[in-house]
Design a protein around this ligand. Sequence first.
Ligand SMILES: [Zn+2]
Length: 214
Amino acid sequence: MVRAVKPTRKRDGRLGPPQGYPKDPEKYGDPANWKYPVHTPFHARAARRYFNEPRNRAKYTPEEQAYIDKKINEALERFGVAVKIKGGTIEDEAGTIQADVPMNKDIDKMGFEDLLLVFLGTNRLASAKGIDPSAVEVDKETDTLLAGRVKEYSVRIDRQERRLEHDCVDFKTNRATGRLMCKHLGAFLMRVDRPRAIHLLRDLLRERDHWTFE
Ligand SMILES: [Zn+2]
């Protein structure tokens, strides 16, 4: 993990706060250059999006990037934006950014890939796709219960009890940071009847606080 160091002044940096923006440098991901304001959930989200772009990150050293990531993540966490699902671990942040958790009204418009991306993030979604389909078994598939195996791990998703059970290490450790799924669950859901999987994921996303993951 890279040590976080406050960015230095940059040639294209601002000399002061943009009009209408906070005058407190601490409200910026990059205080020295008055960039990446994180004073509202909207701005923190936007900062996250802009700072995920490689050409923006490239203006900073890895240490400075770590600093800005940290500031943005802390702001997101403070505002409760997407953090429950995002996790917010700093060491692998750049590679595992997850899509923002959408508003409820938008969840109904989301397709299978969009939904998986929210739960898995880019890296895990790619890993899920990399799992050989022959390693996935769906034994039970009804509107209320999905069960089976992925490699040596079991999967059980009970919609009636709102309970998702799975036993891999990634799933167990990441629950602590609020990340709800792992590559196995992604691979499992890819093998389930598509409309059923979409329905389930939308429900999970909307009602994630009422579900038990263990
Ligand atoms: Zn797993």
